[in-house]
Design a binder for this molecule. Sequence first.
Ligand code: ARG
Length: 452
Amino acid sequence: MKLWKGRFTKSANKSTDEFGASITFDKRLYKEDITGSLAHAKMLAKQGIISQEEAESICSALLEIMDDIEAGKVEFDIASEDIHMNIETLLTEKIGDAGKRLHTARSRNDQVALDFKLYVKGEIEEIDGLLANLIDTLHDLAEKNQKTVMPGYTHLQRAQPVTLAYHLMAYHQMFSRDRSRFADCLARADECPLGAGALAGTSYNTDRQFTAGELGFARVTVNGMDSVSDRDFALEFLSCVSIAMMHLSRFCEELILWSSKEFSFIEMDDAYATGSSIMPQKKNPDMAELIRGKTGRVYGDMMSLFTIMKGLPLAYNKDMQEDKPPVFDASDTLKDSLSVFTEMISTMQVKTGNMADAAKYGYMNATDCADYLVGKGLPFRECHEIIGRLVLHCIEKGCAIEDLSIDELKEFSDRFEEDIYEKISVEACIDAKVSEGGTSFARVAEQLEKTK
Ligand code: ARG
């Protein structure tokens, strides 16, 4: 039913109805919409704008409608355009005139801003729980792998040995920042737009503080025109979602590499891998690849809302109806990805032996060799040069630095002594990185303790 039909002499074309409707996707906001209306009705009665009896009949009918929707008993109507008018129509069908009073001192513009904000706030809470879960899982995994040594990379070339715990704790930091980013987003979104009306405020004696309090907002928005025009909270949310997806995607990229025969650092549990329809030997890390792929889709969602908003004059424009699908899609995608990812890493098998083997080759102790000579009194630049020549010699010979005899080493510098061998073992190289935040066993234990 068209709640705005009064001014029109013709009814809308069927394709106008279908094209203009958002009910197909904004029906997801039924709970937020009803919650907002309950608070609004209570406020109207408290302020004497509608009677107490009217408010009571509105509220009990709204709760029935909520039950009916949840029981799958409600068929939404395209002609009623969106979730707001669908629910208002159902309400009026149930209780008649009292239902028609609900929309006093309110517009769909502040209503939709409210519903959408309530939705984003709820999503942030859910995502925070999933991130907390992932962070715990990473912490557990790191605790178990404090002695698991592996190559650390730069440019995807073996650089310096680290522990798996150290590598995992890097992601722990990234996902912890995601939590704090979402918390910041929530803190800024925590302003209630209800009561702004269409754009100018309303002429009724409303109590916006009351509705904001009822709905669990920290504050009310300051400017009515901003309240109905603002989608910053959704853009910020999409930015936070995109960054979290980017973190998952980088991790997935590593897990994909690590599952290859070339690395063989991990093996995904069968439950998180798939086979090939033609090559019987294959075990593909599909779930990790999909998360990496879905990250692109989420970036698209973010770009889509940025692009929708960029040219809009104040205040509400119908373009803004297009804000919801990308936010729904991005949030669903992140939540699913976080769940799958957390299960995937808690069930994967870590091949510690292969990681340790890889850490032995690649001259990753070259920096430590140079540091050794610095310890014997040479300037670092000179040591860098000496070890460079030494590595070249080893590459030609096809051996590791520690495979050379002390006499061979002395040909490069007379400062080399027997203690060099213990100083450049993988474990010694790792344990020497004692600077705060470094990969030494004690420093990683400290990071684990700090982030418990
Ligand atoms: N379905 C609309 C949306 O999602 C609700 C707001 C409509 N307001 C208006 N003045 N047409 O944005």
